[in-house]
Design a protein around this ligand. Structure first.
Ligand SMILES: Nc1ncnc2c1ncn2[C@@H]1O[C@H](COP(=O)(O)OP(=O)(O)OP(=O)(O)O)[C@@H](O)[C@H]1O
Length: 209
């Protein structure tokens, strides 16, 4: 089943076109890893797929209610406990599986801890556990393993693998090798926009995009 198709895609950031002429597809069971140097436009592309900003050109076709997005920020509620965070997100998305998510990301011992009192890596584990309770098939992940230690990185790779085996898909930007068998890589370098001409009027304010 096709979850994502991008065609003739161009994306802009801060009024400048960064990527153009990009096309790719992602089906259930597939993982696609975005590669490319700092600043090439990986985050910008993921923001477009997640619906946070429109593409500058081209089309993005998504299965309905498909995307769960994990950005650089973990998106956790600091005053809620770890378990309450997962219960909250499960209710928002109508998903289930909070206990399994706690287990999968090794958070059981921290379940009653206020999320604001977690370490950076623990917060990241909670932010990633959140994906599991969304019930969404297409995980869009921006450098998901930042702050994770080696064991947690391995755990997360297993979680992604299980998600793929269950019919999900993952689109991720990462500078490290996650070791997910069968994952395809897409280097964005050939799609770097040539002109960097302004793609928006000078008055455009990205904060309101
Ligand atoms: N908020 C912003 N306003 C204006 N320009 C931005 C903003 N954020 C990023 N940019 C610029 O947009 C371009 C693409 O940035 P983006 O974050 O998408 O790259 P990236 O490939 O994800 O980089 P990295 O590997 O460093 O995370 C870069 O040239 C960057 O300097």
């Amino acid at each position: 089943m096709r979850l994502l198709a991008a065609e003739g895609l161009a994306v802009s950031r801060g009024g400048l076109r960064v990527i153009e002429g990009l096309g790719f597809t992602l089906d259930a069971g597939e993982a696609l890893v975005l590669r490319g140097p700092n600043g090439i436009g990986k985050t910008t592309l993921l923001r477009c797929i997640a619906g946070l900003q429109p593409p500058a050109a081209g089309s993005i076709v998504l299965a309905e209610d498909a995307v769960a997005y994990a950005a650089h920020a973990d998106g956790i509620k600091p005053a809620l406990s770890v378990a309450e965070n997962l219960a909250f997100w499960a209710r928002v998305f109508g998903g289930t599986g909070a206990a399994a998510a706690l287990r999968a990301m090794d958070l059981e011992a921290l379940a009653d801890r206020p999320a604001g009192a977690l370490s950076a890596g623990q917060k990241r584990r909670l932010g990633l556990a959140r994906l599991m309770v969304t019930g969404r098939p297409l995980w869009v992940l921006d450098e998901p393993t930042v702050s994770l230690d080696a064991a947690s990185t391995l755990r997360f790779a297993e979680v992604v693998r299980a998600h793929l085996d269950g019919g999900g898909a993952a689109l991720m930007a990462t500078h490290i090798e996650l070791g997910i068998a069968g994952a395809r890589a897409l280097d964005l370098t050939p799609y770097r926009a040539s002109g960097a001409a302004p793609a928006r009027p000078h008055s455009f304010n990205e904060a309101f995009a």
